[in-house]
Design a binder for this molecule. Structure first.
Ligand code: ADP
Length: 521
């Protein structure tokens, strides 16, 4: 009961509109059909009666041609024909005067027919006229044909007869149309009810889901499978809901990232600040008297400021990289020389930690297309980590040509990374061991920066690690297809030439300066 009420309430407008338009169409259509049918039936009956009367009139003329009209035999012939044809017959002479009728008690004898009729009949033409006298309960028709033989016209013959069947035909048509209307109205009501129900039911569902979406329930979906416009609308609503769900998830994710980020930054800054505050208070209160201890405090505080400034710099760098605000100045670069230089730079640090830092580079290597400073930054971070997280053993830098680029491997025999932590190491501020990382001056931003940089170079980076066995970072950077390794060699030569030329020039300039100076003197 409730459902019917609800349905009536929601689709009443569709129902009313459909019903109204269908009814108007049916009524107008059937009225037009009725009128047209009545008109054609009337015409058909009228034409039939006319043809019939004309045919009868011609036969009357044939029958009475040879008689004189005042002849008694002619009068009885007219009476006979009246009976046979069931029609009244008058005969008039060339003056238009009615001289004989088929019924004896006719009062028309001696009267004249209209002059216009007489003229046409004497000219040999047939005349047809409708007779609509008052008191006639059905329309009458009269036809007038010339009375005569060959070219001789003696006068005219008039035949009157009722036009039968018109009223019956019209009322029959009316009755048929009425029944048709009744059946059409019933069918229309049934059809319109079904139609409005089938339209309003899915619309109601869509409306319900749209209301839920408005309230923020983006997991709601419309269950409509039809392939029509309503189905399309439902699918569009579902797509919109999915998109909103995605956007909402992204927003929540972004919100969480933002919160985590703020919490991490404040935590990272609070730790050195608290330490420095403690040291400063101790110094201020005169708790540290000895000069040696004071110097130690100053050193620790200086280290903390360095750490903070590294943190802020890394953070700014990462933010700019993530926002794509960093423009890389790419050119073909030789990985071999970069790795050799870095190995040299870090050799002291490795020696300090009693680690073997070795190089294994395939020859020849294709040039990679990148920004030299940023490529440096990638490998400084990776080698730094390898040294930091390795207590004994070695750090190996390997490079070889692979898949249209160069694969560079930074491998260590260090503490390794737990499989659970492995996919978190690219996150900002992630450190497996916070205490250790802090001791090693880590910010937790290094690998996030490395990942951004590798991606900006259209390269890839992955990690393999086993706890207590070691970690391997595998970087792949694409080579520049347009410039061959020779171009790098050429570039090196040009550089060296320029350098030696620069030195020569400087020497020359020094000499000239000296001589000028002497000259002046
Ligand atoms: P951090 O400044 O702490 O080194 P990174 O982003 O460079 O920050 O590295 C994130 C974390 O990943 C490190 O704190 C460490 O736990 C882990 N990690 C990175 N490189 C290595 C490695 N070679 N061996 C073991 N753990 C590593």
């Amino acid at each position: 009961m409730f459902r019917i009420k609800e349905w009536l309430g929601t689709n009443k407008s569709i129902f009313r509109k459909l019903m109204f338009s269908y009814m108007i169409t049916i009524l107008l259509g059937l009225s037009a059909v009725g009128l047209a049918m009545s008109y054609f039936a009337k015409n058909y009956i009228y034409d039939g009666t006319k043809e019939e009367l004309l045919r009868k009139a011609k036969k009357v003329n044939l029958a009475i041609q040879s008689y004189r009209v005042d002849d008694a035999r002619a009068t009885s012939m007219l009476a006979f024909l009246d009976q046979t044809f069931d029609t009244r017959i008058w005969v008039f002479d060339r003056n238009g005067k009615i001289i004989s009728t088929s019924t004896k008690d006719e009062v028309f004898i001696g009267k004249s027919v209209a002059h216009s009729i007489l003229v046409q009949v004497l000219a040999g033409k047939d005349v047809v006229q409708d007779l609509n006298f008052k008191g006639l309960n059905q329309p009458m028709m009269s036809v007038v044909v010339p009375w005569g033989e060959g070219n001789k016209v003696f006068g005219g013959i008039v035949l009157h007869a009722p036009i039968e069947g018109i009223d019956e035909a019209v009322s029959h048509i009316r009755e048929t149309i009425l029944w048709a209307t009744l059946i059409a109205v019933l069918l229309t009501m049934a059809m319109v009810s079904y139609l409005s129900w089938s339209i309003s039911r899915p619309l109601k569902r869509i409306d319900r889901v749209a209301l839920e979406i408005e309230k923020g329930n983006y997991d709601q979906r419309v269950q409509v499978t039809s392939q029509d416009e309503i189905g399309d609308l439902a699918r569009s609503i579902n797509r919109m809901a999915s998109r909103l769900q995605e956007v909402e998830a992204e927003r929540a994710d972004y919100d969480q990232t933002r919160k985590d980020f703020l919490a991490n930054v404040s935590h990272e800054l609070r730790t050195p600040l608290t330490a420095m505050q403690g040291f400063l208070e101790a110094l201020q209160d005169g708790l540290v008297a000895e000069e040696e201890a004071k110097q130690k405090y100053y050193q620790v505080m200086y280290k903390e400021t360095l750490h903070m400034s590294r943190l802020v710099n890394d953070l700014m760098d990462l933010v700019r990289l993530e926002k794509h605000e960093v423009g890389l100045v790419k050119r073909p670069i030789d990985m071999e020389s970069i790795l050799q230089r870095l190995a040299f730079t870090f050799s002291e640090e490795a020696a300090k930690r009693s680690l073997a830092l070795s190089l294994d580079i395939d020859n020849p290597l294709p040039p990679v297309f990148g920004d030299p400073d940023r490529v440096d930054q990638i490998f400084i971070n990776l080698i730094n980590n390898a040294l930091k997280f390795t207590e004994k053993g070695m750090v190996l830098l390997r490079a070889r040509a692979k898949d249209g680029g160069v694969e560079i491997v930074v491998q260590d025999s260090g503490i390794g990374i737990n499989p659970h932590d492995l996919h978190h190491i690219w996150d900002r501020f992630f450190k497996v061991d916070r205490v250790r990382s802090r001791r090693e001056q880590g910010t937790g931003l290094g690998l996030a920066i490395v990942k951004q940089l590798v991606e900006l170079h259209n390269g890839t980076i992955r990690v393999e690690s086993e706890v207590d066995k070691g970690t391997t970072f595998i970087v792949w950077l694409p080579k520049d297809k347009t410039i061959s390794r020779n171009a790098i060699e050429e570039e090196k030569k040009i550089k060296n030439k320029m350098l030696s030329k620069g030195n020569k020039d400087r020497k020359e300039a020094g000499k000239n300066k000296g001589s000028k100076h002497t000259g002046k003197e």
